[in-house]
Ligand binder design. Sequence first.
Ligand SMILES: *Cc1c(COP(=O)(O)O)cnc(C)c1O
Length: 307
Amino acid sequence: MKESKYIWKNGKLIDWKDATTHILSHTLHYGNGVFEGTRAYMTKKGLAIFRLEEHTRRLLNSAKILLINCPYSKEELKQAQIDLLKANKDDYSSNVYLRPIIYLGYGAMGVYHLNSPVEVAIAAWEWGAYLGDEALEKGIRVKISSFVRNGIKSNMGKAKAVANYLNSQMAKHEAVASGFEEALLLDDNGFVAEGSGECFFIVRDGVLITPPYDNTLESITQDTVIQIAKDLGIEVVQRRITRDEIYIADEAFFTGTAAEITPICEVDFRSIGRGSCGEITKRLQERFFKIVMGEDSKYQHFLTYIN
Ligand SMILES: *Cc1c(COP(=O)(O)O)cnc(C)c1O
């Protein structure tokens, strides 16, 4: 990965290489931690963080769900992310990915977590297309996972939690080892939930369909895409999807801060539509990249410019 000069940790900017943790950090053993993935785009007017407010709010909501008392307010965390990008400015010539994490540090062992210190860190580095530039253009091959999405009776998917990613990691590995690029996970009733770190959409007869939030994170990119679709006069329906409906969909794509809008050309050895990026997917993508690059006057409020 491409390193930057500083990492923000507990209120201070420290050298990248000094951002280490003790081996007995509570999160490392018992898995309670929360994080965000946020992008800053290199616009014509310099770096701009996309939907900083919403990402920071979700970070604190994730912490609340998991009973982690973050010592910083939303405003402080927003400012920290801005300060970090400013301090690292010379290291960035293209898009940047921000990774704030709130975790439990060294202090106490045992499952009970409230005696461990809460640590907050933010890293930011240059990161291009998550699944590759070709994926954004041509689409990816996807396999429905043998792993079921974390069930809502025992996991809390509204938190962007470190622990939830064990399920994602196993699904991702299975998909890649089987020759696919990404996994699509069903919920425990067999309806489509989401990808390993992306939300899912299909298009049928011009209607955009995406699963309800029951078994998924409340995705910010999914919300952006729904807003764009409405602007473009495309009908959006949030309802359950079965795997056979995907096979006969006209288009399919993933959305996420990392994956942006990634078309899906094949699912379980069946071509989706014409087996390339669909027409509506393409229109949504074009508008999305205009918005994140600051070229759409309606959505300037989504951008926090770093000057
Ligand atoms: C982060 C994440 C997403 C994408 O959410 P965005 O807000 O669009 O970045 C989707 N699913 C899971 C499980 C995630 O962790």
